[in-house]
Design a protein around this ligand. Structure first.
Ligand code: WQD
Length: 340
């Protein structure tokens, strides 16, 4: 039986690879495009070991229009695209903003152009909670005001959502932008997980590498915030919950909601945890110490943010299921398995 084909840009990355697994297990046929700039080829074999299927893979940069066009020529019955491929480091984006604007926006515009030419009308876009900046009210909902992005990375996500909004308004596209909170953890098999290149900028991989002894200690970026323990609060979500949200989003889009052009959804748990709570939970669940020191605040950090997810619960029929304990356990199991 012909399966529904979905193109996944960035499909070997952290969220992309977990989404490919869930799509296969939900009966879809994902086709991966990934330039391996922030992922590893061995993840493709790991996807096959988990699912029994080895997805078609193109090692292309979607910033190359002709290469992207080739993928659509080779596979003329694509039903939808999920667009993950983008540079995503907040800190790096402040050092090389033009690279971020060029890379993240040109790749999106290339994809939208080619989708239009081949009449592929459905898009799920990887957006981010960074579009909210520091919300005045919490939990933050999709109708919360969008503040000026604090980083070039966040700015590319705001601009991307606006481009998608304007293209959808022409009637040529139906799109969902999923605003992720903080994805952490790994698949229960420990065969796929987060693979940060170099020194991790995100909290969880820095914790797991410190626990493993690769890093001497974690620096907690500030404990003088106006929170219960002085450290920043985030909405951490298990990467498998996040992956499943993409399956629900595809199913919603493919159910052909005639009046839909572009809609946005918060994808989080609705719970906020501080940096120290993450460290303490990680140590308690995994029975391993995470040496840390308190350092200064990091530029661009918001004090506290966590999601209101009623909209995704009701419309996408999606709700996060994994606990913080599951997240820290799976993250640690992946780190140990990867370092074996
Ligand atoms: C979380 C908290 C840090 C490292 C970013 C992007 C977001 C998404 C996830 C791409 C903060 C603190 C961190 C460390 C620390 N990226 N921290 N010491 O900045 O909330 O979100 O990554 O999709 O779009 O904005 O995540 O993990 O970097 O930080 O104290 O060594 O941990 O200050 O409070 P962030 P993070």
């Amino acid at each position: 039986m012909n399966k529904t084909k979905i193109i996944i840009t960035g499909g070997l990355g952290f969220i992309g690879s977990h989404t490919v697994v869930e799509l296969i297990q939900s009966g879809f046929e994902p086709i991966i495009i990934d330039d391996l700039s922030n992922s590893e080829l061995f993840i493709l074999e790991r996807i096959e070991r988990i699912t029994g299927c080895k997805p078609k893979f193109y090692s292309y940069d979607i910033g190359d229009y002709n290469k992207l066009h080739q993928v659509f020529t080779d596979n003329n019955d694509i039903s939808a695209c999920i667009h993950f491929a983008a540079k995503k480091s907040v800190g790096e984006s402040m050092e090389i903003p033009l690279t971020y604007y060029r890379s993240n926006l040109i790749s999106l515009m290339n994809l939208l152009e080619v989708m239009n030419e081949f009449k592929v009308r459905k898009l799920v876009f990887s957006s981010s909670a960074t579009v909210y900046g520091q919300p005045e009210k919490l939990p933050v909902t999709e109708t919360s005001p969008i503040q000026k992005a604090l980083s070039s990375y966040g700015s590319t996500k705001q601009m991307a959502e606006d481009i998608i909004e304007k293209v959808s308004a022409t009637g040529s596209l139906q799109a969902l932008s999923l605003r992720y909170f903080n994805p952490v953890g790994a698949h229960s098999s420990s065969l796929i997980g987060e693979l940060p290149k170099g020194i991790p900028s995100n909290l969880m991989p820095f914790i797991t590498q410190t626990a493993f002894g690769i890093r001497k200690e974690l620096t907690v970026f500030g404990n003088d915030y106006n929170t219960a323990d002085g450290t920043c609060i985030r909405d951490y979500i298990h990467v498998v919950d996040l992956a499943k949200a993409h399956v629900n989003a595809c199913e919603y889009l493919l159910a052909d909601k005639g009046d839909l052009s572009h809609d946005v959804f918060n994808i989080g748990t609705g719970l906020g945890n501080s940096v120290l709570e993450i460290i303490n939970t990680f140590e308690a669940v995994n029975k391993v110490k995470v040496p840390y020191v308190i350092g200064g605040r990091r530029n661009g950090d918001v004090e506290s943010i966590y999601a209101g997810c009623d909209k995704a619960n009701q419309i996408l029929k999606w709700k996060a299921k994994y606990s913080l304990e599951d997240m820290v356990k799976d993250a640690w199991n992946w780190e140990k398995s990867y370092r074996k």
